[in-house]
Design a protein around this ligand. Structure first.
Ligand code: HEC
Ligand code: HEC
Length: 260
């Protein structure tokens, strides 16, 4: 009798627990699928990333940074542009074909995003941006390294790659992440709306036939950089000559006016 009552109480309790958990975590397609994706991400991370970034993304001194504050944005950027997984410690992370497939990238991005509170994948919509504002911002903040044509160039301490393959999302991710020696721009420096404009301008440079006026950009990044330097040099020489003439002239005047 007592046993039977205990059994029913236990059964009722179990049922209650089950009801509460399934209410809190409804068995929609999303819950278990998300959990499975996260688990897949963890396994992929162990296999491809943990040798450098540590088993839980804590980083390894002298080898690879902690990913606790990297966020989905940095993970998506580094994986989609083929920079990660890095082949060997000490290699420079270079862009190229993604090394993992789309599902693997998505799983890893969720996993790395879950390691801490990093920036999310930015939502970039070039259609909402303005070409004029984009060009102005690009000239101010990006052209120094990537050249006004977006064809890339030589930056101090590294090579700024051409942006002709960069998707709008990658432009936003690069702005927020600041890969390698590129500076990181927070939302207070470049707002999300301004990111839309920059992405729109970058798209324009990717279609030179529509953009027009970037003729020399097609020779390649280095000659274009040289052209810019030559133009600057000519300007400096002109200014120097003007100053020289002025000084020369005034000195002559002084001499003429000097009382003897
Ligand atoms: C051979 C060592 C190595 C392996 C393997 C590796 N990484 Fe990295 N990772 C690095 C180094 C070194 C950096 C720093 C590079 C830099 O500053 O651009 C880095 C940087 C990153 C960053 C940027 C961090 C930030 O805060 O901006 C992310 C994200 C990242 N790795 C993710 C991954 C993922 C995901 C994998 C596995 C698919 C992986 N890495 C595998 C060495 C490695
Ligand atoms: C100080 C120089 C510098 C400035 C300023 C700079 N970048 Fe970069 N950028 C770089 C370097 C160097 C890389 C390559 C980093 C790497 O390989 O990890 C890069 C990478 C990128 C990439 C990734 C390209 C690819 O295909 O992998 C994008 C997109 C980008 N930058 C956009 C921008 C935008 C937009 C701005 C302005 C808001 C900007 N950058 C400002 C130096 C710079």
């Amino acid at each position: 009798m007592l046993r039977a009552r205990r059994a029913t109480v236990a059964a009722a309790l179990l049922l209650g627990v089950f009801a509460v958990t399934s209410w809190a975590n409804p068995p929609t397609a999303k819950g278990p699928a998300a959990a499975r994706q996260l688990e897949a991400g963890r396994e992929l991370f162990e296999e491809h990333c943990s040798s450098c970034h540590g088993l839980h993304g804590e980083g390894t001194k002298g080898q690879a940074p902690s990913l606790r504050a990297a966020g989905e944005g940095a993970a998506d950027f580094y994986l989609r542009t083929g920079r990660m997984p890095l082949g060997q410690v000490g290699d420079e992370p270079l862009p190229g074909e993604p090394r993992l497939d789309n599902a693997e990238i998505e799983a890893l991005v969720r996993y790395v995003g879950g390691l801490g509170k990093g920036p999310p994948i930015p939502k970039v919509d070039p259609a909402k941006g303005s070409v004029g504002e984009g060009m102005e911002l690009f000239t101010e903040s990006c052209a120094g390294c990537h050249a006004i044509s977006g064809k890339g160039g030589v930056a101090i301490g590294g090579y700024a790659p051409p942006l002709d393959e960069a998707t709008p999302t990658e432009v936003g991710e690069a702005i927020r992440t600041g890969p390698y020696i590129m500076p990181r721009f927070s939302a207070s420096l470049i707002s999300p709306a301004q990111v839309d404009s920059i992405a729109r301008y970058v798209q324009l440079t990717q279609e030179p036939e529509d953009a027009g006026g970037f003729g020399i950009g097609n020779i390649g990044p280095v000659p274009e950089g040289l052209v810019a330097w030559l133009a600057a040099l000519v300007a400096i020489l002109l200014v120097a000559r003007l100053i020289g003439e002025r000084l020369g002239g005034s000195r002559a005047d002084d001499e003429a006016e000097e009382p003897r």
